[in-house]
Design a protein around this ligand. Structure first.
Ligand code: HSE
Length: 443
């Protein structure tokens, strides 16, 4: 059969920003290879965008592409087989995706916020209508982590996932550590390179990573999306001092997204985390992402690659387009379930509140350099059954009577540590707030 002669699958693209443009470019550049893989040509025939000029410039000289401001007309057009949603945000993306599904179109989206917050509604609608919603580009940019979790690791009972899944934050932390750059200048550079969200507080406050983690957790454990259960703490309050102290102790600080199946429930948390420098994942720098998955059969597997940017994200969007093209004539019952588990097989395992999470801690205290200070502190920890793993006391600078003490704890329940911190801060010899950063050995 001559695949090139087959009727092309027609794509309606919503959004011609960084990723939209990347998708257009890569799809055209690799057209021949993609046809050989998909079995028929995949063509973007309609583009709905606010930036018509940009779309006009990109598509100049290419016949058969219709540009419009009217996004709904793209979604409803009878010739469109697949709608690619790359506008981001909740509205109008949610309405347009639901309209596309109702009109019987398959959907490819990179919209992590939309899926984390409204995924249950969207997947239920897609299931009822018998269409596919593919979302590889929503998590970790170009890394095929959705495919790996949903298909490659399908034999496993997944135990935990730990990922560096926000390129902007990782870029900022890498720059601060390696070059001593300030938080602000590193963020401005990440924005200039097109990594950051429209609202960069989503990046630096852990929200974007929590969106992506919510999606991975659902696929890994067969639970509905519960973004409301996610704990998110960002990197905006981290100091260069703590980055340096961590380094001296053999750790690197990363914004880590962790989901774990514990006895009492599922952990879903994003926060700055000390990771031993010797772990491969600790050395993933810049806008690169990495996801470490622990499966009971396979053990640990690590996936890394570019987590943001035009063509890496386009790589994931187009992989979904090829998948949908291959599967769209298949009977819906024989396709891979959207969320890896059969839709009637989702479990209602509870999510754990942060106070119940078990992990280790880095604590930094500013204290008066007096006899008995350390004894008071260790007593408070011992009373709460918190065991110390390592301790460093810095020599006070010349002429000062205050110094830093850094404690690393063994694994313990978070609420005990919070209670200990409150009592430590109440000591007359302890100055200011205790810095508390979680630590994961990842072994
Ligand atoms: N703002 C995101 C990041 C882009 O920095 O990783 C990819 O989702």
């Amino acid at each position: 059969m001559n695949h090139v002669a087959m009727k092309p699958i027609q794509v309606g693209l919503l959004g011609m920003g960084t990723v939209g443009l990347g998708t257009w470019t890569v799809l055209r550049r690799n057209e021949e290879e993609i046809v050989r893989r998909a079995g028929r040509p995949i063509r973007i025939t309609r583009i709905g965008t606010r930036s018509l000029d940009k779309a006009r410039a990109a598509t100049q000289g290419v016949a058969g592409v219709h540009l419009t401001h009217d996004l709904e007309s793209v979604v409803q057009h009878p010739d469109v087989d697949i709608v690619v949603e790359l506008i981001g945000g909740i509205e109008p993306a949610r309405t347009l995706v639901l309209q596309a599904i109702a009109a019987g179109k398959h959907v490819v989206t990179a919209n992590k916020a939309l899926l984390a917050m409204h995924g249950n509604e969207i997947f239920a609608a897609a299931h009822a209508r018998g269409v596919m919603v593919a979302f590889e580009a929503a998590v970790a940019g170009g890394i095929p982590i959705i495919k790996a979790l949903r298909e490659g690791l399908t034999a496993n009972r997944i135990e935990w996932i730990a990922g560096i899944i926000n390129g902007t934050s990782n870029f900022i932390l890498s720059e601060m550590r390696a070059t001593g750059a300030s938080f602000e200048s590193a963020l401005a550079e990440a924005q200039a390179r097109g990594y950051a969200e429209a609202d960069p507080t989503f990046d630096v406050e852990g929200i974007d990573a929590a969106h992506k983690l919510t999606i991975m957790s659902a696929i890994a454990f067969g639970v509905p999306m519960h973004f409301d259960a996610a704990y998110a703490e960002g990197i905006s309050k981290l100091t260069r001092e703590d980055i340096r102290y961590a380094e001296e102790l053999g750790y690197r600080i990363k914004l880590l997204a962790i989901t774990r199946r514990a006895k009492a429930g599922i952990e879903l948390r994003v926060h700055p985390t000390l990771i031993p420098t010797k772990r491969l994942i600790a050395n993933v720098e810049g806008a690169m992402n990495a996801v470490l998955v622990q499966g009971d059969a396979v053990g640990p597997t690590l996936y890394s690659g570019p987590g943001a940017g035009a063509e890496p994200t386009a790589s994931a969007v187009i992989a979904d387009l090829v998948d949908v093209t291959r599967m769209h004539t298949a009977d819906p019952e024989h396709r891979v379930p959207h969320l890896a588990f059969q839709p009637d097989q989702l479990s209602d395992t509870p999510f754990l509140p942060m106070g119940e999470v078990v992990t280790s801690y880095y604590l930094r205290l500013r204290v008066l350099d007096r006899p008995g200070v350390l004894a008071d502190i260790t007593r408070i920890l011992a009373d709460r059954d918190i065991s110390i793993d390592a301790m460093v006391q810095k020599e006070p600078p010349e002429g000062e009577d205050q110094t830093d003490i850094i404690l690393l704890t063994h694994r313990t329940v978070e609420k005990r540590v919070m209670d200990a911190i409150a009592h430590i801060e109440a000591l007359a010899t302890v100055r200011g707030k205790v810095v508390r950063i979680r630590l994961e050995a990842l072994n």
